[in-house]
Design a protein around this ligand. Structure first.
Ligand SMILES: NC(=O)c1ccc[n+]([C@@H]2O[C@H](COP(=O)([O-])OP(=O)(O)OC[C@H]3O[C@@H](n4cnc5c(N)ncnc54)[C@H](OP(=O)(O)O)[C@@H]3O)[C@@H](O)[C@H]2O)c1
Length: 227
C-alpha cells in the first residue's frame, strides 16, 4: 500500500510512516525542511519537499498521484499563531481532499481531535480557535464523496505503544500513545469496509485488530451478530 502522509515528520505522521515501512508498505509525504528529507531517507522513507499551504491543489495532486491512500496528520501545533491554525488545521484537510479527488485517490484518513477535549478546563482563546478549526476541517471532509475516515485521538503521549485501544463512535477523552494512534490509523487504512465514519480512540485494553474487527462487524449489512 502506498500512502501519502501530510505531517510525515511529525509525532503521529513519522510513526505511521515507520510502521508502514516496517510492514513493507510505501509511505511517502510532504516535508518542509531539508534535514527531515535526509532523516526520513535514512529510514528508507522517500518524501516530497513542499508546504501544504504554499502548494496549489494541482501541485498536491501531482505529489500524491499513484498513492492508494492519503493521511492528514499535520498541525500548526500552536506555533504559527491562530492564522497558522486556520490555514493548516482548518483549511488543510479540505484542500488535501480536493487534491486527492483530482489525483483519483478515494481513501483519506484525517487525524482530528475529540470535540469535547478538555471541556472541563478553562482553555485560552487559541485553544478554542484550534477546536473550531478542527471541526470545520472535519465538516469539509465529510461533505466530500471520498472514502474518508476521521480518527479522533484523545490527548497524545510519547509513551511506548501498547497495541491496545478503546476505539468506537463515542469515547471518553483521556490519553493515547502516538504509537497506538499510528497503528490504529494503519489498521483502518487496511479495512476498506470502514469508511465515512468518525471514530474516537483513547487508551484501552482491546487489541487494535479486535477493535477494528468489532467495528467491521457492527457496520456490516448483516449486523453485529452476522444475521
Ligand atoms: N497533541 C495532542 O494531544 C493532540 C490530540 C488530539 C489530536 N491531535 C492532532 O493530531 C495530529 C498529529 O499531532 P502530532 O502531535 O503528531 O503533530 P506534530 O508532531 O505537531 O506534527 C505536525 C506536523 O505537521 C507538519 N506541518 C505543519 N504545517 C505544515 C505545512 N504547511 N505543510 C506541511 N506540513 C506541515 C509539521 O511540519 P514541520 O515538522 O515542518 O513543523 C509537523 O511535522 C495533529 O493534527 C493534531 O492537531 C493532537
Amino acid at each position: 500500500m502506498k500512502v501519502f502522509i501530510v505531517g510525515i515528520a511529525g509525532g503521529v505522521g513519522s510513526r505511521v510512516a515507520a510502521q508502514l515501512a516496517e510492514a513493507g508498505d510505501e509511505p511517502t509525504g510532504l516535508v518542509r525542511k531539508s534535514e527531515q528529507v535526509a532523516a526520513l531517507a535514512a529510514r528508507s522513507i522517500q518524501t516530497v519537499h513542499g508546504d501544504l499551504v504554499a502548494m496549489s491543489v494541482g501541485d498536491l495532486a501531482a505529489a500524491m498521484r499513484g498513492s492508494d491512500a492519503v493521511v492528514f496528520t499535520a498541525g500548526a501545533g500552536g506555533k504559527d499563531s491562530d492564522a497558522g491554525t486556520t490555514s493548516i488545521d482548518g483549511d488543510g484537510p479540505g484542500k488535501l481532499a480536493a487534491a486527492a479527488k483530482l489525483a483519483g485517490i478515494r481513501r483519506f484518513l484525517l487525524v482530528s481531535v475529540f470535540p469535547e477535549a478538555w471541556r472541563e478546563r478553562r482553555m485560552d482563546a487559541s485553544f478554542e480557535h484550534y477546536m473550531v478549526e478542527k471541526k470545520r476541517a472535519e465538516t469539509q471532509l465529510v461533505l466530500t464523496d471520498l472514502d474518508w475516515i476521521i480518527l479522533r485521538p484523545s490527548a497524545l503521549t510519547e509513551d511506548p505503544g501498547t497495541g491496545r485501544v478503546d476505539l468506537g463512535l463515542a469515547k471518553v477523552h483521556v490519553e493515547i500513545t502516538r504509537d497506538d494512534v499510528a497503528a490504529t490509523a494503519i489498521a483502518l487504512l487496511r479495512t476498506p469496509e470502514l469508511k465515512r465514519l468518525i471514530l474516537e480512540a483513547t487508551g484501552g485494553g482491546v487489541e487494535i485488530g479486535d477493535a477494528i474487527s468489532a467495528l467491521k462487524a457492527a457496520v456490516s449489512p448483516a449486523g453485529p451478530s452476522g444475521q
